[in-house]
Design a binder for this molecule. Structure first.
Ligand SMILES: [Zn+2]
Ligand SMILES: [Zn+2]
Length: 445
C-alpha cells in the first residue's frame, strides 16, 4: 500500500474524514450527570451484550482466552495501508508479545495505542474498579520494534511519545517503596536509508515535492530519516505541548523515556547490520542473508532478517525466541524473500504474516498499461505484499505450526477470501482480529 496508495484513495479519505467530522459534531456532550443506579444497570447491560457479541463466532474473541499462558501473542491492529477502510474497525499493524508481565511491541499503526490500552489497561467503573485511577500500564513495555517506517506501522508512535508519559512510558515503580525511576523504552528500527525510491509513478514529472528534514547540520538533512531522527523530529513538532507538560505540569523529561537503537545506524547503542549485496538503484532490496541478533534480555532473544518490500530498504522480519516458544513477525513483504524468512522462521511455533487480497486489487485497479502510475502501483501491491493464496506456501516452507494473518488488506476482506490462506498449509490457520490473544507453548496454569 504505502505512500503511492495515497494518490488513489485521497478522495475516499476526504469523504470519510468529512463524514466523521460531521457526525462527531452532533455527538458532543455538553452536560455531565452522575449516573444513577438505573443508568449504571443499563450501561452494564450494553457492555455485557457487546462482550457477548464479541465472543460469538465471527465476533471478536475474548481478550482473556490466552490468559493461562506465560507467553502470549496479542494482536493490537490487524490491517494495513493508508486509509481507514469502510465497515471495519481494525486498527493498523501492531502486535504485542507478552512474556510473563513484560510487553514487547511490534509496530504501531494507526489506532494501535488505543488497542494497547484496551488490552493492558484494565479497570472500568462499571466492573468494580475504582474510577479515576492513574494509568501505569506502559511500565510493563520493555521494547518496541519497527519492521519499517511506513505510516501504517508507525502512525501511533507520536501518540505513544506524547500520551505515554501519562501512563508509565519509560518508567518503573518500585513495588516496595513506590519510588518511580526512569527505565527507557528501547525502540529498535531502521536507520536512514539515504535514498528515495525510483520515481516509477512519474511523481516528479507531475510537479511533486520531495520532503526533506530541515537542519543547520547537513548530516541531519535527509529525505529518508531513520528511527532516531524521526523520534527527535516528533519531539520538535510537538515542542509546545511537551514543554508545557514538563515546565508546568511536572512531567518527566520526555526525551529520556525512550532509547533508540537503529539497525544499521552508527550512533551509540546502534545495531550493526550485516548488509548483503543489494542494488537499491534497481530496486533489489532483499538479498539472501543469515538472521542476526538485534536484542536480548532475560525473557527473549530477538533476531531479524531482510524481507522483500521493495522498493523499501530495509524492511525487517523479527523472530522472538522465548522459553515457551517462538513467534515470527513477517513485517511487510512479498512472498519471495530469497529464503530469508524461511531461515528466520524455521520451526517457529507461530508465524504472524501479512496478506493482501488479490481479488480486491484486480477489482480496484483493473489491468493498466505498462509504464503508467497505475501499473506501477499494481505491481507494487502484488509483489511487495503477499496475496492470500500465496501465504500458505510461505508458512509451509517456514515449517511453522500456526499461521496468523495480520496486516489484512483491505481491512474488510471477506472471511471467504481469507480462508484461501489454508492453500498449501496443513497447520493451524488463525484469521487475526484486533485484541485476539494466542497462547505460546503450553498453558502454565
Ligand atoms: Zn504496511
Ligand atoms: Zn509498508
Amino acid at each position: 500500500m504505502d505512500r503511492t496508495t495515497l494518490l488513489g484513495i485521497c478522495l475516499l479519505v476526504i469523504v470519510i474524514t468529512a463524514g466523521i467530522a460531521a457526525s462527531g459534531a452532533t455527538n458532543i456532550q455538553t452536560t455531565v450527570t452522575k449516573p444513577t443506579g438505573d443508568t449504571i444497570e443499563k450501561m452494564q447491560k450494553v457492555q455485557d451484550e457487546a462482550t457477548a457479541r464479541k465472543n460469538q463466532p465471527g465476533g471478536y474473541p475474548s481478550p482473556s482466552t490466552g490468559g493461562k499462558y506465560h507467553t502470549r501473542l496479542v494482536l493490537l491492529g490487524t490491517t494495513g495501508g493508508v486509509t481507514w477502510y469502510p465497515g471495519t474497525d481494525r486498527a493498523s499493524s501492531s502486535s504485542a508479545l507478552v512474556v510473563g508481565d513484560t510487553l514487547y511491541i511490534i509496530d504501531l499503526g494507526q489506532g494501535s495505542t488505543s488497542r494497547l490500552s484496551e488490552a493492558f489497561n484494565p479497570g472500568h467503573p462499571l466492573v468494580g474498579q475504582e474510577m479515576g485511577s492513574t494509568s501505569t500500564f506502559l511500565e510493563k513495555a520493555r521494547a518496541l520494534f519497527f519492521s519499517h517506517l511506513h505510516q501504517d506501522h508507525i502512525a501511533d508512535y507520536p501518540s505513544l511519545l506524547l500520551i505515554g508519559p501519562g501512563a508509565g512510558l519509560g518508567t518503573r515503580t518500585d513495588p516496595a517503596t513506590g519510588v518511580v525511576s526512569i527505565v527507557p523504552l528501547v525502540v529498535i528500527g531502521p536507520a536512514d536509508r539515504g535514498m528515495c525510491e525510483i520515481d516509477r509513478s512519474h511523481y516528479l514529472d507531475r510537479g511533486g515535492t520531495i520532503v526533506y528534514t530541515d537542519s543547520a547540520d547537513p548530516a541531519l538533512v535527509t529525505p529518508t530519516p531513520g528511527t532516531r531522527l524521526m523520534t527527535s523530529l516528533i519531539w520538535q513538532a510537538y515542542a509546545q505541548t511537551i514543554n508545557d507538560m514538563t515546565l508546568d505540569n511536572a512531567y518527566r523529561d520526555f526525551t529520556k523515556l525512550v532509547e533508540v537503537r537503529e539497525i544499521g545506524g552508527t550512533g551509540p547503542g546502534d545495531i550493526s547490520f550485516p548488509v548483503p549485496e543489494v542494488d537499491l538503484a534497481n530496486g533489489t532490496t532483499c538479498a539472501p542473508m543469515d538472521p542476526f541478533e538485534v536484542y536480548r534480555d532475560e525473557n527473549v532473544v530477538v533476531t531479524a532478517a531482510l524481507v522483500d518490500h521493495h522498493q523499501v530498504f530495509p524492511t525487517f522480519a523479527y523472530r522472538f525466541d522465548t522459553d515457551d516458544g517462538s513467534v515470527v513477525f513477517s513485517g511487510d513483504t512479498g512472498p519471495d524473500t530469497r529464503g530469508n524468512l524461511q531461515k528466520l522462521g524455521e520451526g517457529a511455533d507461530i508465524l504472524v504474516h501479512e496478506v493482501i487480497d488479490r481479488a480486491w486489487i484486480d477489482q480496484r485497479m483493473g489491468f493498466p498499461d505498462e509504464d503508467t502510475p497505475a501499473y506501477a502501483l499494481k505491481t507494487h501491491l502484488l509483489t511487495s505484499h503477499t496475496t492470500i493464496d500465496m501465504v500458505g506456501s510461505v508458512a509451509r516452507d517456514c515449517r511453522v505450526d500456526t499461521l496468523v494473518l495480520n496486516h489484512i488488506v483491505p481491512g474488510n476482506t471477506p472471511t471467504s477470501h481469507l480462508l484461501q490462506a489454508q492453500h498449501n498449509f496443513t497447520g493451524r490457520l488463525i484469521i487475526g482480529e484486533d485484541l485476539m490473544e494466542i497462547g505460546v507453548g503450553k498453558p502454565s496454569w
